[in-house]
Ligand binder design. Structure first.
Ligand code: AHR
Length: 648
């Protein structure tokens, strides 16, 4: 009995001993080892999960131009309503509706269901607009109505349509109710005929109050990440299921009413989450992406088709001798972004309201492409872009995964072709992220730089939840990105957005319904990196090694030259606390660390997730007292902390 008690005590003290073991790290402040690019932590936007139409793009009407293959998708017509295309308002969107009220029907009109409903808030104003005409001699009266899901107490406004020419009419309606699943109703009240096209409803309060604008809360969430780069308009979406449905940027600029509809590449990809009503209106097009980049202080990074449709799907290949239009699209895009108003495409941009160039510096040719068929095409693009725009950086692909045959073939080819950066994608288990914190330590310092263009930890047992476990795994991995900032110049989590009622792919950084938005723990990890990047990497070691998983600890350190702060990022993925002492070497004799702040994300339960009803996991901030030249910490378990310390 006594022996058993001693053994228990011994085990306990050993356990306590392990827990109390101090991990001594050193940060050499005197010699930064690499510069951190201002572009380092960015965002990647793709129209997946109803990310654009039904998401960031604030339009509330689905199929506003009646161009879906089945013209009435999203609409419920009542009375005499037909689809026409003679003498259209917009040649590239030729369909419109004709409503006839012959006096015998009580009502003639049409309802729109929005994107899984229309989200309306009491007290908020909404801008309705329509292009309409009438053959009648006298003005025709339309009632525009915001209708709650239960139909009670609609908000109504009358407008008049007159004349045989297509004319735009707008009306502002103030909602008296809050409902995520409301409808828009238009009723022809006069006896006669009215043609209508491009029927639109936007909140007046969009991001920066722009008409044809973005959902303010979602754009704000992007701004709050302090992103260094915005990759757009997507990954697979630029390839298309077929070449015919690839993303063609020229279709996404100019007057919004005349941008032709395109199928969304993600509508049928996942059979269990197929959405046949998923199309791209291109209302959020390349001009708007450039504008968004400017608004949020991120470098724009467009991705363009290289003449291959999705190699997982139809795998169509444009013959090399027919590639010219694709290459021309790339050159014209650079002119659209940077050319002055005397150039053809610069003028298009200027006419849209932005005479100043967008100062585009880089372009990605292809998304997840592979094999010789890609490299041959990339070479053609690279030659043409280098010839005309030698300062533009070109990004090539390393295929769809973090390793394997495609990856091994492509990296040497990217070096041979001489691209500036190579895009790597990895959607892996959380453990992979923790195990790969040293991935870039051994990368070639002479070759192209790395763009970690799409990554996310996929926790399969939880149905790929956005939980703390995945967020901490990503935070751990990102210490390795930062430590290797001489090689890794850009990194973007993927995908960015998901509508809770219409998603195809998870996990995602930001989730929303028609009225609310939720930032995931993974979002906060990105934000903590984005807000605290620093300018220069400092060598941080423990027993002569980078801290990359020893006792579940991960760490990186940076100097922020403009503010003379040292920024230390520490991750403890274990459930138990860890004692950490950080000695700052290379400070001048009298230099002290005057203290600062610790911003941290922590919860003992690593399965914790945020929901639309509440965010349990948000970063908290606490002060860190002055600490001389050495900082002693007890890191809680399941912890990611960013320490900003002022150098005196
Ligand atoms: O992010 C979702 C998809 O994942 C991207 O479109 C593609 O590049 C990757 O396969």
């Amino acid at each position: 009995m006594r022996m058993k008690k001693i053994a228990t005590l011994l085990a306990l003290s050993l356990a306590l001993g392990v827990q109390a073991q101090e991990h001594v790290m050193t940060v050499d402040v005197s010699k930064p080892t690499a510069q951190i690019q201002p572009t380092m932590y960015g965002i990647f936007f793709e129209d997946i999960n109803f990310g654009a139409d039904g998401g960031l793009y604030a339009e509330l009407v689905k199929n506003r131009s009646f161009e879906f293959p089945q013209s009435f998708v999203g609409w419920v017509p009542f009375g005499d309503v037909t689809v026409q295309d003679a003498d259209p308002a917009f040649p590239r969107n030729p369909h419109y509706i004709r409503i006839v009220n012959d006096g015998r029907l009580l009502r003639a009109g049409i309802d729109n269901e929005g994107y899984r409903g229309i989200g309306l808030k009491a007290g908020e104003e909404y801008r309705f607009s329509v292009y309409a005409r009438t053959p009648e001699a006298q003005p025709m009266k339309l009632s525009i109505e915001l209708v709650q899901a239960d139909g009670a107490n609609p908000v109504k406004k009358s407008i008049e349509i007159s004349g045989k020419e297509w004319t735009k009419t707008t009306a502002i309606l103030k909602s008296t109710f809050t409902d995520p699943h409301a409808r828009l109703r238009i009723v022809l009240e006069s006896r006669g005929t009215v043609d209508m096209d491009h029927i639109s409803l936007f909140p007046v309060k969009t991001w920066k109050g722009r008409e044809n604008g973005l959902r303010a809360d979602l754009a704000q969430a992007l701004y709050d990440l302090n992103p260094g780069v915005l990759r757009f308009p997507g990954g697979c979406i630029i390839e298309g299921n077929s070449l015919a449905t690839r993303y063609q940027w020229k279709n996404s600029v100019g007057p919004v009413e005349n941008r032709p509809l395109n199928e969304n590449r993600w509508n049928y990809t996942f059979k269990h989450r197929a959405f046949p009503d998923y199309f791209q209106s291109y209302g959020l097009g390349f001009y708007e992406f450039f504008l968004l980049s400017e608004d949020i202080g991120a470098e724009p990074l467009p991705v363009i088709s290289c003449g291959l449709s999705c190699q997982y799907e139809s795998n169509e290949v444009v013959p090399l001798d027919e590639l010219d239009p694709y290459v021309q699209d790339a050159l014209d895009l650079i002119e659209f972004a940077n050319g002055d108003a005397t150039t053809k495409w610069g003028k298009v941009r200027a006419d849209m309201g932005h005479p100043a160039p967008f100062n585009l510096k880089m372009i990605a040719v292809g998304n997840e492409q592979w094999d010789k068929v890609y490299v041959e095409r990339l070479e053609v693009f690279t030659k043409a872009i280098r010839e005309k725009y030698p300062d533009i950086k070109i990004i090539g692909s390393s295929g769809p995964s973090a390793s394997g045959d495609k990856f091994d073939y492509l990296w040497p080819e990217m070096k041979r072709v001489g691209v500036d950066l190579v895009d790597e994608h990895y959607y892996m288990e959380p453990k992979w992220f923790q195990d790969n914190a040293r991935r870039y330590d051994s990368y070639d310092r002479q070759g192209p730089k790395v763009f970690a263009g799409e990554y996310a930890a996929h926790d399969h047992p939880t149905g790929k939840a956005n939980n703390l476990f995945t967020a901490l795994s990503e935070a751990a991995f990102m210490t390795g990105l930062e430590r290797n900032a001489d090689v890794v110049h850009l990194a973007t989590y993927a995908p960015l957005f998901a509508h809770v009622d219409a998603w195809q792919w998870n996990p995602d950084l930001i989730w929303y319904d028609n009225l609310r938005m939720m930032r995931t723990p993974n979002y906060y990890v990105q934000q903590m990196y984005g807000m605290n990047a620093g300018t220069d990497v400092l060598r941080l070691q423990m027993e002569g090694q980078p801290v990359a998983g020893q006792d579940s600890l991960y760490a990186t350190a940076a100097l922020n030259k403009p503010t003379n702060e040292i920024i230390v990022k520490l991750v403890n993925t274990a459930s138990t606390p860890a004692e950490v002492k950080i000695d700052f070497t290379g400070l001048k004799k009298k230099q002290q660390l005057a203290g600062g702040t610790c911003t941290y994300l922590q919860n003992d339960d690593q399965m914790t997730v945020n929901t639309l009803d509440g965010e349990k996991l948000v970063p908290r901030v606490r002060p860190v007292p002055a600490c001389g030249q050495s900082l002693s910490l007890q890191l809680p378990g399941r912890f990611f902390g960013v320490y900003r310390l002022q150098v005196e």
